[in-house]
Every structure is written in C-alpha cells, then in structure tokens.
Design a protein around this ligand. Sequence first.
Ligand code: G3P
Length: 207
Amino acid sequence: IVLSLAATVAAYLLGSLSFAVIVSRAMGLSDPRTYGSRNPGATNVLRSGNKAAAGVTLLFDALKGWLPVVLVRWFGGPYGLEEGTVALVALAAFLGHLWPVFFRFEGGKGVATAAGVLLGISGWLGLATLATWLIIAFFFRYSSLAALVSAVFAPFFYILGGGMAWYSDARIALAIAAMSALLVWRHKDNLRRLLAGTESRIGAKKK
Ligand code: G3P
C-alpha cells in the first residue's frame, strides 16, 4: 500500500508537468495561457503557428500518462502492484494535468494525457480511441469535438474489448470512466462554442 501510494503521488507529480507551458517556454514562444483558448494543451499551442512545438507538447503530455501506467504494469507485479495501482496512477497522472501542483492548479483538458494513459493500459484500446479521434477530427476539423466523442467511446471500448482479457478490471474501467467524465466537463466552454458554431477549427490561428 505504501508503494502504491508512492507510485500514485509520483504519477500526479509527473502529470503536473504542463508541457504546453514548458515546451513553449523552452522554444521561446509565448505562454499558451495568454492566447487562443488560453488552454495549456497541444491544440492551443498549434494556434501559435508552431507545429513542432504542438507536436512535442502532444508527445510529452501523452508520455506522462503512458509512462506511469506501463511502469506499474511491467514492473509492479513483483512489488505487489496490481490493477488497482494501474487505475490509481492512470487517474493521478490525468488529474495532475488538469490540476498541476507546479502551475497553481491551472491545467489543461487532459486529451493527450488520457490518450497516453489508454495506450498504456492496452495498445488496442489506445489505438481504437485514437482512431475515433482521427476520424472525427478528419471529418469535422474540431479538436474538441474529436476529444469529446473519443472520451464517450473510450470506457465502452474498454468494457466491450476487455471481456475475458487479463487487463479487464472494474477499477481500471472506473478510472477510465472518471477520466472521460472529467474530460467532458473540462470541455464545457468548447461544447458551448461548438453548439454556437464559434469553435475554432484545427490549425486556425488566433491571438
Ligand atoms: O483537446 C484539447 C481540445 O480538445 C480543446 O483545446 O484549445 O481548443 O480548447 P482548445
């Protein structure tokens, strides 16, 4: 239990690294919290016009979700860390992104981090969810809409695809459902803009 808690705290701290802010700072760009949607995330960094910065943000925000999950899955067993800890670190990394201790608890919406978490839980689950995101993004060109639809599908992908598989676990299913619910809630302004027809499309620049 001590190890499980330590892993959860470590995952939260890792999740608290807001890479949109860190990468923008490192590359000499303005703070993503000052333009566009003001969200510290890859979609908004892309509005700066710097694709590389957006790509690196996406990669690192996803990695910080993926890493704690796979570390526990691959190496936790001998230390008594099982699916319950996988669920805890998954949620902790995601919560860190939303409420980062290093950034006055003002974080992002969790899309990239959730994608990393899902890929860490199971490759096909991550890929199915990513495919959902890509299909919606391709046809509608809204990052937020793609994230909302993917978030709604992800728990069902896990439950339906899990079946008898080894990783099928109620605690992990709950963690995924909680992530999805929080992700949707964090997109309430996007939802309003989507309904009003004022949401900005992927790659559209905005100051
Ligand atoms: O995935 C983040 C995206 O869903 C919304 O970002 O910057 O358009 O609010 P943004």
